[in-house]
Ligand binder design. Sequence first.
Ligand code: NAG
Ligand code: NAG
Ligand code: NAG
Ligand code: NAG
Ligand code: NAG
Length: 555
Amino acid sequence: MIKKHFIFLLLALLLLNQIHVNATHEYAPRNIDIGRSSRNILVGSYVGGRSHLKPILDVAAILVERGHNVTLLTSGNYTPSLEYPTIKQITLGPMLNYKEILGTDFHKEFHFEKMVYFAEKSIKDYSQTYEKYKNVAIDYNIDLFICDSHINDACLDIANTLKKPVVTMGAFFPFTARGLHKSDPMFRCNISLENESFLERFKCIIIFPLKLAYMMSPLLTQLNNVREQANVKPIALGNTPKISLHLIDTFFGFELPQSLPPNVQEIGPVLSEEYPSLTPELSNFMNTHDRVLYVAFGTRFHGNTENNDKLLQSFVEAINKKMIDGVIWALAVTPEDSYSSTITLTDGSHIQTSPILNNKHPNIHFAKFAPQFAILNHTNTKLFFTHGGAGSSHESLYTGTPMLVLPFGVDQMGNADKLKSAGVALVLNKFTLDINDIINKTEFLLKDKNIKRNSKRLEVLAKINSKRKYRAADSIEYILHSSSLNEGVDEKFLNEWIPAEFRMGFIKGNNYDLYGTLLGIVLGLISGILWVTFKSINFILKRIIPSFIQKLKKE
Ligand SMILES: *[C@@H]1O[C@H](CO)[C@@H](O)[C@H](O)[C@H]1NC(C)=O
Ligand SMILES: *[C@@H]1O[C@H](CO)[C@@H](O)[C@H](O)[C@H]1NC(C)=O
Ligand SMILES: *[C@@H]1O[C@H](CO)[C@@H](O)[C@H](O)[C@H]1NC(C)=O
Ligand SMILES: *[C@@H]1O[C@H](CO)[C@@H](O)[C@H](O)[C@H]1NC(C)=O
Ligand SMILES: *[C@@H]1O[C@H](CO)[C@@H](O)[C@H](O)[C@H]1NC(C)=O
């Protein structure tokens, strides 16, 4: 009886459910309009240069599409008009000349100390830079600043002075948000300290930052002096200008994974929607060679003559061994002064370089203009011989091209090690270039199954993460909204995504006061116990035992 009822009930329920599903409901779109109004945004970069600016402009271009006005203020004459016709550029002064700043150190080993040159140059230019930023900010009624995160204090300062929100963007994490177990070859440390010894970790995590602070402190004094001359509030060592959001153009897979506070966001790899296609000449070369090695060291770096000779010889020998059948070498400098006139191959034969440099060799093509993405994107490109710059690495990962990395300086050594540990690249050293080693590594990268598998894995990761530039634009729009609702930047601005530890100071923020107290209590208890034990033993030895012995003697 009960069972029957139950079945009826069940049927009724099913029927009801059916009716519910079959009933036709009207559907209306979800409204995601955030009620935007057009704002004025300034993109500022002291360092400048196309590869440096490109990711920032790719995010800025999305903001322009959404109705905002973007003005670019940067060194040099980078006219984005071709690639970014919607962004207007105002020049900040002549382009920084790396070679001039680094002098003869250009071909030497690169360490963090070299960064001092750049910092000094930026301090020397501070007043002028600040003044330009200020004039543009006022003339264009700027509502938000997007500052390139590299030696760009004037940009951060003007935003803070005018109480406007500031977003920074760069290819690596700010020192304050770097993962707990990460370092960099620039600092003479491994990229990961996971498996390093205690001493090595002590050196990289404790000693190095102290050394850095010691090195930076006179520079900070200089910077604060020029700040005061420009009526900007000085900033004490250990403090930073107020920054609303840090955008980092990288992604785990390439970058080592780490936890992040909400106001530091990984948004890379930032890539453009469209890239220049192959020139007819290159297209012809690519289609008639099916195992192409692409060589490019960016616009700022190049090897010395000795290394260029070695590279050219390696490529000729790799072609002779039929490992590869084509080389495309993108040149930023005139080739004639960078190679010897003859090269001797390992079999003793001599070759003249000048016909090769003039593209007379059937398998080697030198190009003044190389549409890098299109070359990497071509199925016949099997290997990328690169300096390991962030932009080049992203493009190579996106197209699933394995890399042979020859880092020159700055972040390139770290990038090279990251690519190697991701299993998509091998690394060369510019001081110990060896032809057999280059050929061996080339062969390995072309043949190894794991390299192929890892390249595919990272390609997928790069492709899905390349959508995050829209998320970056969303976050910037939120900041614009919040600042207009808030009527500017004040103490409470964006507290909803700044973790408490950033406001609590170093000791409280890390709970060191609590751990310190706990340690104190534990040490106190232990010493208390030790004291009582010591006293008891003392008492036993001095009083009880002697009296016991006396008792025994008496008896
Ligand atoms: C953006 O630029 C356009 C064209 O110059 C101008 O009409 C508009 O007022 C600007 N927007 C803002 C917020 O100033
Ligand atoms: C960094 O550490 C890894 C793993 O512990 C090791 O294989 C690699 O050789 C180290 N790199 C350097 C530059 O010391
Ligand atoms: C450190 O060693 C562990 C265990 O062997 C390994 O799983 C991990 O990948 C290593 N980390 C690095 C960065 O080499
Ligand atoms: C990249 O490759 C795809 C497919 O192979 C092609 O459709 C696209 O046009 C290429 N893009 C560029 C910039 O070369
Ligand atoms: C290159 O590989 C061969 C064999 O695979 C080996 O004999 C040779 O020593 C290697 N050369 C270098 C420089 O590693």
